[in-house]
Design a protein around this ligand. Structure first.
Ligand SMILES: [Zn+2]
Ligand SMILES: [Zn+2]
Length: 237
C-alpha cells in the first residue's frame, strides 16, 4: 500500500466500504440486461439483430454487460475524474470476467491454445467533454484490456471523430440520431489497408444507440461485413 492509499483510501463508489472503488458485493447487485435486438430493442437470442430488423449499414447484434445502474453507473461516471485510471482498471477486470462467462455464440474468446480469433475491437471515439482530466479516453483503455484478454485485435484509431454541434445529453432521443450524423469518419490511413471482416464496436453505455449506430454505418460503408455492439452498460428506460 502506498502513501497515497493511506491519505486517500479507496472506498467503494457504491457502498463506501474501504478497499476498492467497485466492491464485489455492489457489482453483484447490478443485473445483466436481457439480450435484445439493437434494431427494435425487443428480446432476441444472444442479442442478435432480428432478420426483419437487419439494415444494410446496421449493427448485427448487441451485448451489454450490465444495466446502467448502481455501482456500474457510478463507476462509468467516475471515469472522467482524477482516480479514473484505478476505476478503469477495476472495471476492465470485471468486464473481462463478465465476457469470459457470458453465454453468447458471438462473444467467443480465443481458443485455449491462445490462437486469436478473427475479431477486432474498435472503441468508439469520445467527444472531448467525455474525456478525463488528462484528455484520456478511459473507455478505450478498458477496450484494450478486454481485447487483449480475449485475444481480439485492438484497433483504437480506425474511426476518427468530428466535434458535435450540440452535446447529446442536451437532446431528445430523436434529435440525437440527427445530431451524430456525419460525426464519424474512417481514418484515412486505413483507406488502402484491408478492413477487418468482423468488428466488435465498443462503447461505455448504450442509451439510445444513436452513437453506435452511426459508427457502425461508417464502418459498413467501408465494407466491414459484421459489426457487433459491445457496451459495458445499457440504459434502463
Ligand atoms: Zn460496495
Ligand atoms: Zn428486432
Amino acid at each position: 500500500m502506498g502513501i497515497l492509499d493511506l491519505l486517500f483510501p479507496k472506498t467503494c463508489l457504491g457502498c463506501g466500504k474501504e478497499g476498492r472503488y467497485i466492491c464485489e458485493n455492489c457489482i453483484d447487485k447490478v443485473k445483466t440486461p436481457k439480450p435484445v435486438c439493437p434494431g427494435c430493442l425487443k428480446s432476441s437470442i444472444d442479442g442478435m439483430t432480428h432478420s426483419k430488423c437487419l439494415r444494410p449499414w446496421g449493427l448485427d447484434g448487441l451485448t451489454a454487460l450490465w444495466n446502467y445502474d448502481g455501482v456500474i453507473r457510478k463507476a462509468i461516471l467516475a471515469l472522467k475524474y482524477k482516480y479514473a485510471d484505478e476505476v478503469a482498471k477495476e472495471l476492465s477486470n470485471y468486464a473481462l470476467a463478465a465476457i469470459k462467462t457470458y453465454n453468447s455464440s458471438f462473444l467467443v474468446p480465443a481458443s485455449p491454445a491462445g490462437r486469436p480469433n478473427s475479431y477486432s475491437l474498435v472503441p468508439v471515439p469520445l467527444y472531448w467533454y467525455r474525456k478525463n482530466w488528462r484528455g484520456f479516453n478511459q473507455t478505450e483503455e478498458i477496450g484494450k484490456v478486454v481485447a487483449e484478454g480475449v485475444g481480439w485485435k485492438f484497433i483504437p484509431d480506425l474511426l476518427v471523430r468530428h466535434e458535435l454541434k450540440v452535446p447529446q445529453t442536451a437532446l431528445k432521443r430523436k434529435e440525437r440520431l440527427q445530431n451524430v450524423r456525419g460525426v464519424f469518419a474512417l481514418n484515412s490511413s486505413y483507406a488502402l489497408n484491408p478492413i477487418p471482416h468482423t468488428l466488435v464496436l465498443f462503447d461505455d453505455v448504450w442509451t439510445t444507440g444513436s452513437t453506435l449506430k452511426e459508427a457502425a454505418k461508417v464502418l459498413k460503408r467501408a465494407h466491414v461485413e459484421k459489426i457487433w455492439g459491445l457496451t459495458l452498460a445499457r440504459g434502463i428506460s
